[in-house]
Design a protein around this ligand. Structure first.
Ligand code: BGC
Length: 555
């Protein structure tokens, strides 16, 4: 049952003081449950472990958590292969634990987003078992089935992100089924109305349990071209590794027909209508699309009846974010996504941690973190980012990720970003678990453990707390418009503006000193940010890797 009558919801919420817009400018902390905190000594993190560590998350000053999947799953893609959407996997706990988690998070002022993986299920989901059993059963059309070509080969040239054809032969039905990821992750057929109904009902199930929104996994993969047309080859000059590593031939195609289909808009509108029945639910759609990602984001976030935000991949790529590059991404985004709201991230459970990916010094990590807090949009931080963690080395023998096993050694997979959180430096496994963890704790992470950084006033952790507090204290940083003022490879300045407040944000992204160029007018430096800049009669100078925030004195 929904909380509110949709026809009167906005008025009643305004009266009740509910901020439907809380997500705009929010900082969201991503928790990868397997690696956050183990509470029952099986070497795998769980919901009770998350509850135990929530005070740490709250201490950062973030607004919300996004928890990667904890649903029942055979765990071949570590939870992104769901076999029961309405239950918690016993490895992670129970529905009761989840209710307790929501309650505790809310007590601490944290909203809770869960990761809905609607595009595909596990091949062990009862729907798929039924679907594959014959061509006539009630769920026969719930997945994407197609006959072989006369020569027995797959129906078309579509590829799986995890390598090889997107088609898997099934001897029971004597047909191929489609999968964008592992063969054990069959793709649901969104062209089927019953599939849509069922998935909307799953969204309701979790909203009724009190979640505040969803991260929507692979949101642009929901529909495929019903005619199953081949994707054309992509001009090699346009290949990029935004959504798949460069060793993956997935990048050789222009994905015109296997994803980002126009029918998705109507489904997203239906999903939004469900969310709007609840006080202040939000959504972040993950758009994995190397060629037209920004255009797809624009389409999915236009108006106020589709997605609230899309998750942008530009800063998850290998491209080093020089000032000019950041400015190009932001300007392009503003030109294309004219109505939507971005959600930016540097790191997550799928990419090499950005400290390593961009080879950032300690100081550079902080300056880039401040930049993330200053650009227009919401922000996702990935667990351990607040500690400045680097990518962990995981030996082949310890490797878990099927994606890494497939493309080793050129692409080592995602395990290096998924090793356990280091909580207490001098405890076994960094305080994560008293049993052998599913992935080893990186020794070099221990000196950055929360216990160590909590004691140091100048630590990276302390820096994140200060910088998030600074963002919170300046509504203009959360809600304001943005304009790029100056961009060089080693320098970037922006102006944020909201309700008459103008804030200049200048970043020295280089190893040399750089004067701040103030736009015309009177500017007063805000010393609340954890940075140093020197002002004398010749002007204001930023030492290497420092930032400066200044408020316009009038108008
Ligand atoms: C998730 C991955 C997952 C894939 C398939 C993604 O984008 O973030 O971790 O393997 O979807 O569900």
């Amino acid at each position: 049952m929904s909380f509110l009558d949709p026809s009167t919801a906005p008025e009643r919420q305004a009266q009740a003081g509910i901020d439907r817009d809380w997500w705009r400018g929010a900082v969201i902390y991503q928790i990868y449950p397997r690696s956050f905190q183990d509470s029952n000594s099986d070497g795998v993190g769980d919901l009770a472990g998350i509850i135990h560590r929530l005070p740490h998350v709250a201490s950062l000053g973030v607004d919300a958590i996004w928890i990667s999947p904890f649903f029942r799953s055979p765990m071949l893609d570590y939870g992104y292969d769901v076999s029961d959407y309405r239950d918690v996997d016993p490895l992670f706990g129970t529905l009761g634990d989840f209710d307790a988690l929501i309650q505790r998070a809310h007590e601490l002022g944290l909203k809770v987003l869960i990761d809905l993986v609607l595009s595909h299920t596990s091949s062990e989901h009862p729907w798929f078992r039924e679907s594959r059993s014959s061509r006539q059963n009630p769920k026969a059309d719930w997945y994407v089935w197609a006959d072989a070509r006369p020569d027995g080969t797959p129906p078309n040239n579509w590829l799986s992100i995890f390598g090889g054809s997107a088609w898997q032969w099934d001897g029971e039905r004597m047909q191929y089924y489609m999968h964008n990821f592992l063969a054990e992750q069959p793709d649901l057929n969104f062209h089927n109305a019953d599939v849509q109904e069922e998935l909307l009902d799953i969204a309701r199930f979790w909203l009724d349990r009190g979640v505040d929104g969803f991260r929507l996994d692979t949101v642009n993969f929901y529909f495929h071209d019903n005619e199953l047309r081949d994707n054309p080859p992509l001009d090699p000059a346009h290949r990029n590794d935004n959504t798949a590593p460069s060793v993956n031939p997935y990048n050789f195609q222009d994905h015109l027909h296997d994803k980002s289909q126009p029918e998705n808009i109507d489904f997203l509108r239906r999903l939004r209508a469900v969310m709007d029945e609840y006080p202040a639910a939000t959504s972040v759609g993950e758009v994995g699309e190397s060629q037209r990602g920004t255009q797809v984001q624009a389409a999915y976030t236009a108006g106020d009846d589709l997605l609230h935000m899309c998750y942008d991949f530009d800063f998850l790529s290998n491209t080093y974010p020089k000032g000019t590059q950041v400015a190009a991404v932001l300007t392009r985004y503003q030109q294309i996504v004219t109505e939507g709201w971005a959600c930016w991230a540097y790191s997550n459970h799928d990419v090499v941690r950005h400290a390593t990916r961009w080879n950032l010094s300690e100081e550079a990590r902080r300056t880039y973190a401040a930049l993330l807090m200053a650009i227009q949009g919401s922000v996702c931080l990935y667990q351990g980012e607040e500690l400045g963690l680097t990518e962990a080395y995981v030996a082949y023998e310890d490797l878990q990720d099927p994606y890494g096993k497939r493309f080793w050694p050129k692409f080592k997979g995602r395990d290096g970003a998924r090793t356990p959180m280091p909580w207490v430096a001098d405890q076994q496994n960094g305080g994560f678990s008293d049993e052998r963890p599913w992935l080893p704790v990186a020794m070099e992470h221990l000196e950055r453990a929360v216990s160590v950084q909590d004691r140091e006033a100048g630590s990276t952790l302390a820096f994140y707390r200060q910088m998030i507090a600074f963002r919170k204290a300046h509504r203009v940083l959360q809600k304001g418009d943005m304009r790029v003022v100056e961009a060089e490879d080693g320098y970037l300045s922006l102006i944020r503006e909201h309700e008459g407040v103008r804030l200049l944000c200048a970043f020295n992204l280089s190893n040399g000193a750089r004067p701040v160029d103030f736009p015309p007018g009177e500017w007063r430096i805000d010393r609340g940010a954890p940075f140093k800049c020197k002002t004398d009669d010749r002007g204001t100078v930023l030492p290497p890797w420092q930032a400066c925030f200044a408020l316009a004195e009038s108008g």
